[in-house]
Design a binder for this molecule. Structure first.
Ligand code: FMN
Length: 326
C-alpha cells in the first residue's frame, strides 16, 4: 500500500526544511522571528531573552510567555518551543519547569514542540491533545529511541552527531554515520544535526537521506542572535584547535574558565563534576550572553573554521539553502 507521507516543509509550513535548534539563553524572540521570516522554523529555547537566572518555575514560564508575545509581534509565521524531558516515564506534574513551559505554550496556541531528551509518552500525548507537532531529538540518538518516538507519535526526528555544539551525545557517533543509520530505522522524516555550517553541510545531510537540517551553532554568529558581540567576533576568528573538552559532554573555546575546567577534566575524568562546575559558573550566561569571556564557557560545534562572518539570518539561510530544490 502506498502511504502518503508529508514532506518536512509541509509539516513545518516553511519555505525550507530547516529548523533553528533551540539554544539555552541564546535563541530569543528576535532570532526566532528572523528565522521564521527567512523561511525556516525558529524555536525559542530555555531562558530566551534573559540575562538573569530564575529558580521559580512560574516566573520561568511567564518569561517564556513574554518572549512568545514578542515573536508574535515580529512575525506572522508559526514557531516552536523547546521542551526538555528528563526520562521516559517522568510525570508532567513532577517537573514544574516543564509543566510551566507546556501550559504557557498550550495557552498561547503554539504549534511546534521541539522535545529533547527522552521519548516521554505523557508529554507526547499532551502535545497531541493540543494539536501540536512533535519534533523529537534524543540527546543520544539510538535506533531503539527513534523507533519508540515514532511509535509514540513524533512527526519529525532529529539525528544528532557528536560534531554538534551544546551538550554532546554520549557516544562517538558522528553526523555522517548517525544520520543514514537513523534514516534507515524509521519511516518518518529525519533531520540531520551536528556541524552543519554552510551549504556543503546542508547538501551532504540531504545526500545522507535526511529530509532537512537542524542547525544551532551557525546561528550564534548572526546579526540578530543575542550572543555577546565580542563572542561573535571571537567565534569568527577561532579554529577547531581553539576548542577544548571541558567535560565528557561539553566542549568550549579556550576561555580562562574553560582552560581550568579542561585541566581538571583531563586529570580526573569526572564528567558529572565538571558539568556541575559549569552550572555553578552560570552555564552559557557569563561568557556567551554577558560577554565576560573568561568567566564561562563558549560552546561550538567542531566546524568553527567554517564560520567566518556575521551575516543577517536571512543572508545566512539563503546561503545555506542555495542548492535546495523543493
Ligand atoms: C550554545 C548552544 C546551546 C544549546 N542549548 C540547547 C538547549 O537548551 N536545548 C536543546 O534542546 N538543545 C540545545 N543545543 C543544541 C541545538 O539545539 C542543536 O541541536 C545543535 O546546536 C545542532 O548542532 P550544531 O550546533 O552543530 O548546529 C544547544 C547548542 C548550542 C550550540
Amino acid at each position: 500500500m502506498f502511504i502518503m507521507t508529508k514532506t518536512v516543509t509541509e509539516i513545518l509550513n516553511t519555505k525550507y526544511p530547516l529548523i533553528q535548534g533551540p539554544m539555552a539563553w541564546l535563541t530569543d524572540a528576535k532570532l526566532v522571528a528572523a528565522v521564521c521570516n527567512a523561511g525556516g522554523l525558529g524555536v525559542l529555547g530555555t531562558n530566551a531573552g534573559q540575562n538573569t537566572v530564575t529558580r521559580d518555575a512560574t516566573e520561568n514560564a511567564e518569561r517564556l510567555r513574554h518572549q512568545i508575545h514578542k515573536v508574535k509581534k515580529l512575525t506572522d509565521k508559526d514557531f516552536g518551543v523547546n521542551i526538555l524531558t528528563a526520562s521516559p516515564d517522568e510525570k508532567i506534574d513532577d517537573d514544574p519547569f516543564m509543566k510551566g513551559f507546556l501550559d504557557v505554550a498550550f495557552e498561547e496556541h503554539l504549534k511546534y514542540y521541539v522535545v529533547v531528551g527522552a521519548p516521554n509518552e505523557a508529554v507526547f500525548q499532551a502535545i497531541k491533545a493540543h494539536d501540536g507537532i512533535i519534533i523529537f531529538r534524543p540527546m543520544t540518538p539510538t535506533i531503539a529511541t527513534m523507533v519508540q518516538a515514532e511509535a509514540l507519535g513524533a512527526d519529525i526526528l532529529v539525528a544528532t552527531g557528536r560534531d554538534e555544539g551544546g551538550i554532546l551525545p554520549a557516544q562517538e557517533y558522528g553526523t555522517f554515520t548517525v544520520v543514514p543509520t537513523m534514516v534507515d530505522a524509521v519511516s518518518i522524516p529525519v533531520l540531520a544535526a551536528g556541524g552543519i555550517n554552510d551549504k556543503r553541510g546542508v547538501n551532504a545531510a540531504l545526500a545522507l537521506g535526511a529530509q532537512g537540517v537542524f542547525i544551532g551553532t551557525r546561528f550564534l554568529a548572526t546579526k540578530e542572535a543575542p550572543t555577546a558581540e565580542n563572542v561573535k567576533e571571537l567565534m569568527i576568528k577561532s579554529t577547531y584547535h581553539d576548542l577544548t573538552q571541558v567535560s565528557a559532554s561539553q566542549r568550549s573555546l579556550k576561555t580562562g574558565a574553560a582552560q581550568k575546567l579542561a585541566q581538571d577534566y583531563q586529570q580526573n575524568h569526572d564528567g558529572p563534576k565538571m558539568d556541575e562546575a559549569i552550572n555553578a559558573l552560570g552555564g552559557l550566561l557569563p561568557a556567551m550572553v554577558k560577554g565576560d569571556v573568561n568567566a564561562g564557557i563558549i560552546t561550538s560545534n567542531t566546524g568553527i573554521d567554517l564560520i567566518r562572518d556575521i551575516p543577517t539570518v536571512a543572508e545566512l539561510i539563503d546561503r545555506l539553502m542555495v542548492d535546495y530544490k523543493n
